[in-house]
Design a protein around this ligand. Structure first.
Ligand code: F6R
Length: 250
């Protein structure tokens, strides 16, 4: 595991974007695993800026997103497909047909999960997976106590996650209660992992995930077993690690 520190959110975003840029420059046909949420927005903005300057080319890149809410159409402004189109895909030259997000409207959710796994394997697996981390230690929508050995599957969201997400909806009732997510096993099969985190609210869970016991109670703790994990985090998110394991930060 490599931990890269950054003084602030902008610097964290730039450093993480640099790692993705290197991947795309070295391997233009890369399969990028992408995440939504507030943390990666700065990474996407930075990649867009470098693309617009002519430094990056996404024409041959393929992408697979981690997750999608069940019941939201791609046009719903809180769907993750909408987020990706708005915040990244529509600003760069990745062909839309090269982008993959689980279909939240699938009638047969189980079949959609199997289809999504076969999309990933058909692409030859994920070269670089970008991850955020939830306050519960969730990655994708893999909530605490989820089995570590699942591929893409449907999850019932925990109340804490529904409450955290409710700020984006006009009422609690509108917040989806289920989601399709790549499972921990699918995430762990990515060749490289890049976890981004910022803000003091992530400091404790980042420490527990990276240095605590490996347990389904903290889903991100499994990342300790990946052989190519890079964590890019700002100083606020690294506060507890800096205090308890100061030599761990490179
Ligand atoms: C989103 C995802 C989630 C988020 C996590 C952190 O695709 O997979 O696991 O990464 O909820 O969200 P933010 O970045 O909003 O704190």
């Amino acid at each position: 595991m490599k931990i890269v520190s950054a003084p602030d959110y902008q610097s964290m975003s730039r450093k993480a974007a640099n790692i993705i840029s290197a991947q795309v420059i070295l391997f233009p046909h890369s399969v990028l695993g992408l995440a939504t949420g507030s943390t990666p927005l700065g990474v996407y903005n930075q990649l867009i800026e470098w693309y617009k300057k002519g430094d990056l080319d996404f024409a041959s890149v393929r992408s697979v997103n981690l997750d999608e809410y069940c019941g939201l159409s791609p046009k719903h402004d809180q769907s993750y497909r909408f987020y990706m189109d708005e915040n990244f895909f529509s600003h760069v030259n990745i062909p839309m047909e090269n982008t993959n997000v689980p279909n939240g409207l699938a009638d047969d959710v189980e079949a959609e999960c199997r289809r999504y796994d076969s999309v990933i394997s058909g692409l030859g697996g994920i070269d670089l997976q970008l991850l955020g981390i939830g306050h519960t230690g969730h990655i994708g929508f893999n909530e605490p106590d989820e089995d570590f050995d699942k591929m893409t599957h449907c999850v019932k969201l925990k109340q804490k996650t529904i409450e955290a997400n409710s700020r984006f909806f006009s009422s609690m009732d509108e917040v989806p209660k289920y989601a399709v997510t790549m499972g921990i096993k699918a995430i762990m099969q990515a060749k490289k992992l890049l976890l981004v985190a910022n803000g003091e609210s992530k400091a404790e869970i980042l420490y527990r995930s990276l240095f605590g016991p490996i347990t389904p109670a903290v889903p991100a703790s499994i990342l300790q077993l990946h052989n190519d994990l890079t964590v890019v985090a700002d100083d606020d998110a690294l506060a507890v690690i800096r205090e308890k394991c100061p030599t761990a930060i490179g």
